[in-house]
Design a protein around this ligand. Structure first.
Ligand code: MN9
Length: 293
């Protein structure tokens, strides 16, 4: 099993002029991030517009990523769906395609009981038999993983950890304290240093696609015990992330990728496109960011 820690990019999904998955663009981005020192990839999660894609499209994106990665870094396939069967289908495909692990948001929209959510994860782990990271994102899913539910999930050996997208670092600390063997991923990039301080083993983030050099320095400085440098780069990253949050995170990342020479296209509707004024502000912020590295 690969070592799951460090910084992992949540990849956006690129589209060509006809709106189809643009495999060449995502392959370029994978190779570029490897050159920049990324540790792994998270595919077709929130950032990858998972719920705006068909099953076949999600499979095609994952195959392109695995091909470009060529076994170098770890690949985590997000297989979350509302229906267990659909998630299983994605998970079995991910295993065949060579993913190192899977991850899933809890089933949403209907208010499933905790017991049903537990069963969903058990079914995935038993059916797929790959390490699984629970994707805890209460603001989007309406379900908040508790240390008690995590205890129950840990009865299954495929529970590899949690993607923790919540600002409740007390919960993160409790989970890591009770299960030091699990890998806990910090989910909000603007709070990476806070998450690491609370015990996270690494981070999974959308903004790592365009801020990898700064994020790398936050992580490495923290591990080396150099909090001053870690804070410095968290501030530098956050000046950009604040802009992304204002204009829309995925669209902003795609706009910056375009500035860097990789065309990812717009997000799928109903996501809107960025205006010229927003792009100009991103350009300004990005130039400032590059100057501070
Ligand atoms: O994968 C991302 N989370 C979501 C992690 O998209 C929900 C984060 O990277 C955020 O986009 C980022 C901005 O808030 O922290």
């Amino acid at each position: 099993m690969k070592n799951f820690s460090g910084i992992c990019a949540a990849l956006p999904t690129p589209y060509d002029a006809e709106g189809r998955i643009h495999c060449q663009a995502i392959k370029r981005q994978v190779r570029r991030l490897i050159d920049q020192g990324i540790d792994g990839f998270y595919v077709c999660g929130s950032t990858g517009e998972a719920f705006l894609l068909s099953q076949d499209e999600r499979k095609a994106v994952l195959e392109a990523v695995c091909e470009a990665n060529n076994g170098k870094k770890f690949v985590i396939a997000h297989i979350g769906q509302i229906a267990t069967e659909h998630a299983l289908d994605l998970g079995l495909h991910a295993k065949a395609a060579g993913a190192d692990a899977v991850s899933s948001i809890s089933p949403f929209y209907y208010k499933f009981s905790n017991a049903e959510i537990l069963q969903y994860y058990r079914d995935l782990m038993e059916g797929i038999q790959l390490p699984l990271f629970i994707y805890n994102y209460p603001a989007a899913s309406g379900f908040s993983l508790t240390p008690e539910i995590l205890d129950q999930l840990c009865a299954c050996p495929y529970t590899a950890g949690v993607k923790f997208t919540s600002p409740d670092f007390f919960q993160l600390e409790r989970m890591k304290r009770a299960h030091p063997e699990l890998c806990i991923w910090n989910g909000y990039d603007e709070m990476l240093l806070s998450g690491l301080s609370a015990g996270a083993d690494g981070g999974i983030g959308s903004t790592y696609n365009v801020l990898c050099p700064a994020i790398r320095r936050i992580y490495d400085a923290f591990r080396a015990g150099d909090m001053e440098t870690a804070q410095k780069y968290q501030h530098i990253a956050n000046d950009m992330i604040a802009l992304f949050c204002r204009f829309g995170v995925i669209a902003s990342i795609k706009a910056v990728l375009e500035m860097e020479g990789i065309d990812f296209g717009d997000c799928r509707r109903p996501f809107g496109a960025l205006g010229e004024e927003e792009k100009a502000q991103l350009r300004q912020g990005y130039d400032r960011y590059i100057g501070l590295l």
